[in-house]
Ligand binder design. Structure first.
Ligand code: CMX
Length: 135
């Protein structure tokens, strides 16, 4: 597969507005978009930093994967996302290499990106996301 960059780092937070006091007000980073992603049961804020972004993730339901993560491990780094040029092909390659896929086919993520997650139990304990988008 062809990975071009770290697209973003996902950080699980209990309260987006509270977290923005650090990232927006103290670190003085620009927030380019806040949106709800119903498919993933999260509200997200994207914060560009150079070529990559930080994605703050607030759970919107008690059964959200991010709510479960915070309950078990507390707030903190939740996933790392690599940008790929061809997500369907990248998933085929990962599967062929024995990686456990959470998403067998691409789903719709924030900003209209095509996304898919790889299971942390087969990627050294780190939740990896692959994404394909045009910008
Ligand atoms: N990073 C590393 N390990 C993680 C993890 C994470 N983010 N989330 C869960 N795990 C680990 C747990 O600690 C647990 O390990 P142990 O068994 O050793 O304790 C194991 O994975 C199973 O975790 P669980 O709490 O029982 O949760 P589930 O199996 O129900 O779900 C996962 C785990 C990764 C399959 C699920 O969170 C998932 O499908 N994630 C992908 C989707 C997602 O996270 N969406 C939110 C972000 C969306 C966005 O960026 O827009």
């Amino acid at each position: 597969m062809k990975i071009s960059k770290v697209d973003h780092i996902g950080i699980a937070v209990k309260d987006l507005e509270e977290a923005l006091k650090l990232y927006r007000d103290i670190l003085q980073l620009e927030v380019t978009g806040v949106e709800e992603v119903p498919d993933q049961k999260v509200k997200v804020a994207f914060i560009p930093v150079g070529e990559s972004k930080v994605e703050l993730l607030e759970p919107t339901t008690d059964d959200s994967p991010v709510a479960k993560f915070i309950a078990k491990r507390g707030e903190g780094i939740h996933h790392i996302t690599f940008r790929v040029d061809n997500l369907v092909k990248a998933l085929e390659e990962a599967k062929a290499a024995g990686i456990r896929l959470i998403d067998e086919t691409p789903r719709l993520g924030a900003g209209g990106a095509k996304i898919a997650f790889l299971h942390p139990k087969s990627t050294g304990g780190v939740l990896l996301e692959l994404c394909q988008r045009d910008d």
